[in-house]
Design a protein around this ligand. Structure first.
Ligand SMILES: *Cc1c(COP(=O)(O)O)cnc(C)c1O
Length: 345
């Protein structure tokens, strides 16, 4: 079998949820963000495991993502939708029992017209200028929204992964100006906000990335391991070239392993010539280009010809791999391909 193995450690995921939950007081509910198919790890598996760990509320990005989460959770636990109530979503929102976080007066009107009496929340913009109502729009509709029973009012921080950034305090102040005294549960903190401290927690936090084992939650346990099987090993002589475009010329006699994963599996072509994989404890550089289904790895230093190489594992987490090509752990996780054999531990 030439299929890479993606192992997903659900008990590490659960520990990460508990560890983030322990960072806020007993009056604060720690929810879980499981958008983008649970950050690429499988929304159903992830939501189910987190519910067992104690999560009682979930967030997705778009209504369609709520279907798999609802199927995994059963009918009772609330699932919120960050993109709110889009045209055409009413049936899905009603059937899956989703709570749209309404981002504009227009969405509020749509929701109250098409699904009167169905739960909703409100998303405010406290300065990020991405989603949510700004202060004047909120002022215009707050009375109606609160009278109609808004269940949660939230906003999102732009710089929470930089604790000393002045934007954090600015957004906190803006959020408080818009919401102090409304008498409805509030949420401002994702993973970064949880780590900023209690004044950012309000009634509900909604971490994502920290659950999946990545920065800015530095104490997180790693959740994923990606092991790729070796298809073939060959010896090349100094001066021979490797892979598409002849971009790599062997500087000395060396031993290469050709392994079964490539950019079609979410392994960015930008890693060509830059990544390191691991044969047990031995680092083995990727040489030449990443191709669609294959990588070529210099295994000259491995004590014996390896059968598997780890791209993600104990020696290299998602953040370390992300650093190699100037991206973030979020992108590494959500790019993980559909061709890997997924094992849930
Ligand atoms: C993705 C997202 C989150 C979760 O953020 P993390 O940084 O992954 O913890 C929370 N809130 C909103 C609005 C989001 O888009």
């Amino acid at each position: 079998m030439a299929q890479a193995q993606l192992s997903i450690d659900l008990s590490a995921l659960q520990s990460n949820w508990r560890a983030l939950d322990a960072k806020s007081g007993p009056g604060v509910q720690t929810a879980a963000t499981v958008k983008a198919n649970g950050y690429g790890l499988g929304a159903g598996h992830v939501a189910h495991a987190l519910a067992h760990a104690g999560a009682r509320r979930f967030f997705v990005a778009v209504a369609e993502e709520g279907i798999a989460v609802r199927a995994a959770l059963g009918p009772d636990l609330p699932i919120h939708v960050y993109s709110g109530h889009m045209d055409g979503d009413s049936r899905l929102i009603a059937e899956a029992g989703l709570i749209p976080m309404l981002n504009s007066a227009e969405q509020l009107a749509r929701h109250l017209e098409t699904l009167p009496g169905h739960p909703f929340g409100i998303q405010l913009d406290s300065g990020m200028n991405r989603l949510g109502m700004e202060a004047p729009e909120w002022e215009a509709v707050a009375e109606i929204a609160l009278a109609q029973g808004a269940q949660l009012v939230m906003s999102h921080l732009a710089c929470a992964d930089e604790p000393d950034h002045p934007m954090n305090a600015q957004q906190l102040a803006a959020f408080r100006r818009m919401t102090d005294g409304i008498g409805v549960p509030r949420s401002l903190a994702a993973t970064g906000g949880v780590l900023l401290g209690p004044e950012y927690h309000f009634e509900i936090t909604r971490p994502g990335i920290g659950l999946y084992g990545a920065a800015p939650f530095m104490d997180a346990q790693p959740v994923v391991r990606l092991s790729i099987p070796v298809i073939q090993i060959r010896d090349v002589m100094a001066g021979e070239t490797v892979g598409y475009g002849n971009t790599y010329t062997a500087p000395r006699d060396m031993r290469l392993a050709t392994i079964a994963a490539g950019y079609a599996d979410g392994i960015s072509r930008a890693l060509s010539g830059k990544a390191t994989l691991w044969a047990g404890d031995t680092p083995c550089p990727l040489v030449g280009r990443v191709s669609m289904d294959l990588l070529t790895i210099d295994v000259s230093n491995a004590p014996e010809p390896p059968e598997w190489l780890d791209l993600l594992g104990p020696h290299q987490g998602v953040d370390a791999l992300a650093d190699v090509i100037g991206t973030i752990g979020y992108e590494i996780l959500t790019s993980l391909g559909q061709r890997h054999a997924r094992r849930y531990l």
